[in-house]
Design a protein around this ligand. Structure first.
Ligand code: CU
Length: 424
């Protein structure tokens, strides 16, 4: 008869073998779109795996009880939205790099291979670790030279929302897209994280100086950026956030851009429940509809999706919900340009006099920009142009949501939509 101790040993060995053996890492669950590996880890530790809109989690292998990841720093071909591509830098073929997910208490090893033309390093932003694992080139380690692979290894002593990014030529490497999310799930039974969420989204906020007509982000720009992104995508290419009515949702927001972003959610009140510092005590949670995510910060927003509809979620800096546009131009609002338009066309054949009555006509339908350049605002909703770009997406709350399938546009119940009073 098997002793209790023997049974535990057998189960332990089985669990280890199961984790180490097949690695169906890239195989996706058809219902949620999450990887089978991430779902299995969530079941094992009792958490909901994180969803990275327009992105994915980094697969791992188990090596002698250590959860091992491999990041490859390299140049990547990236599409911000259809019609706009650029040569960026990232990890494993994408920007932002894949999301690293692990559980509180686990030991992780992260191999970093440098396929860039210059030295790099990786800093684990917000993670408590030994000094020599902090990834600050020159200070805590020599830089990782092109062609080299280095290993970082540490035990996760905390749960929370964190990030990773280079700490070598940061200005250039981050401006070109090198960054990623590092989510540490709470160990099972950690009451600080109650109630658990049904959907856990994670988004990195960033800005890019991809000047009209070019295809390589310009790292020298400090303020006047051309593109503002969620996980390196701009609206209308940002994936919608989905929730079934009644589900508890978390949105983890990290900001590695050069601006602060007041993030605004329509139709719901959320609670700010934590930062990359830690899970906040319940007494510090507060209800908001707009919350500032400062440069270098992370914030966790949580709410119950109790209001069906298509709800805007966006940065409230109005230039941050725009795609490429000129700054520092003369103000055209209210100026009759009809006499000068033809004279300018003699010099610039495609010139369009615009902006007299506002800039709504600068959306994708009306205006064609230089090659590889998105219109300032675009996106079509059920009632016409949404006239947005950049840091904008839609939270879709539905009673009958099926898995992670986009349910299309919301059908508002009769008599619940704003209505026209007179014809113009
Ligand atoms: Cu913003």
């Amino acid at each position: 008869m098997m002793t209790r101790r023997g049974l535990i040993q057998l189960l332990g060995a089985g669990a280890l073998a199961g984790a180490a053996a097949p690695a169906p890492a890239q195989e996706l669950d058809p219902v949620t779109g999450l990887s089978l590996q991430a779902l299995a880890e969530g079941r094992r530790h009792g958490y909901t795996p994180v969803r990275t809109p327009n992105g994915r989690s980094l697969p791992f292998t188990m090596e002698d009880g250590v959860k091992q990841f491999h990041l490859v720093a390299e140049e990547v071909e990236h599409e911000f939205a259809p019609g706009c591509r650029a040569r960026c830098w990232g990890y494993n073929g994408v920007t932002p790099g894949p999301t690293i997910e692990a559980a509180e208490g686990e030991r992780v090893r992260i191999l970093v291979s440098n396929r860039l033309p210059e030295p790099t390093s990786v800093h684990w932003h917000g993670i408590l670790l030994p000094n020599g694992m902090d990834g600050v080139s020159g200070l805590t380690q020599p830089a990782i030279q092109p062609g080299e692979t280095w290993a970082y290894e540490f035990t996760l002593r905390q749960a929370g929302s964190h990030m990773y990014h280079p700490h070598a030529d940061e200005m250039v490497q981050m401006a070109l897209g090198m960054m990623g999310l590092f989510i540490v799930h709470p160990r099972e039974g950690n009451a600080d994280w109650n109630p658990p969420v049904d959907r856990d989204y994670a988004i990195l906020l960033h800005n890019w100086a991809l000047h009209p007509g070019t295809s390589r982000p310009d790292p020298s720009v400090m303020q006047d950026f051309d593109l503002w992104s969620f996980n390196s995508k701009v609206y209308p290419a940002t994936a919608p956030l989905l929730a079934k009515t009644g589900e508890r949702v978390r949105i983890r927001l990290g900001n590695l851009s050069m601006w602060n972003h007041p993030m605004h959610l329509h139709g719901h009140r959320f609670w700010v429940t934590g930062s990359d510092g830690d899970r906040w005590p319940r007494s510090s949670w507060r209800p908001e509809v707009t919350h500032l995510v400062g440069v270098g910060q992370m914030r966790d927003l949580e709410f119950v999706a109790d209001n069906p509809g298509d709800w805007a979620f966006h940065c409230h800096m109005s230039h941050h919900t725009m795609n490429a546009m000129g700054h520092g131009i003369p103000n055209p609002v209210g100026v009759d340009q009809s006499q000068v338009e033809n004279r300018i066309r003699a010099l610039l054949p495609d010139y369009m006099a615009m902006g007299r009555d506002g800039m709504h006509d600068m959306d994708g339908m009306a205006m064609k920009g230089p090659t590889n350049t998105l219109p300032m605002a675009a996106g079509n909703g059920p009632y016409g142009s949404v006239g947005m770009g950049g840091m904008f997406t839609v939270l879709k709350v539905r009673d009958d949501l099926q898995g992670d399938t986009d349910p299309g546009w919301y059908r508002q119940p009769h008599g619940t939509r704003a209505y026209r009073v007179n014809k113009s």
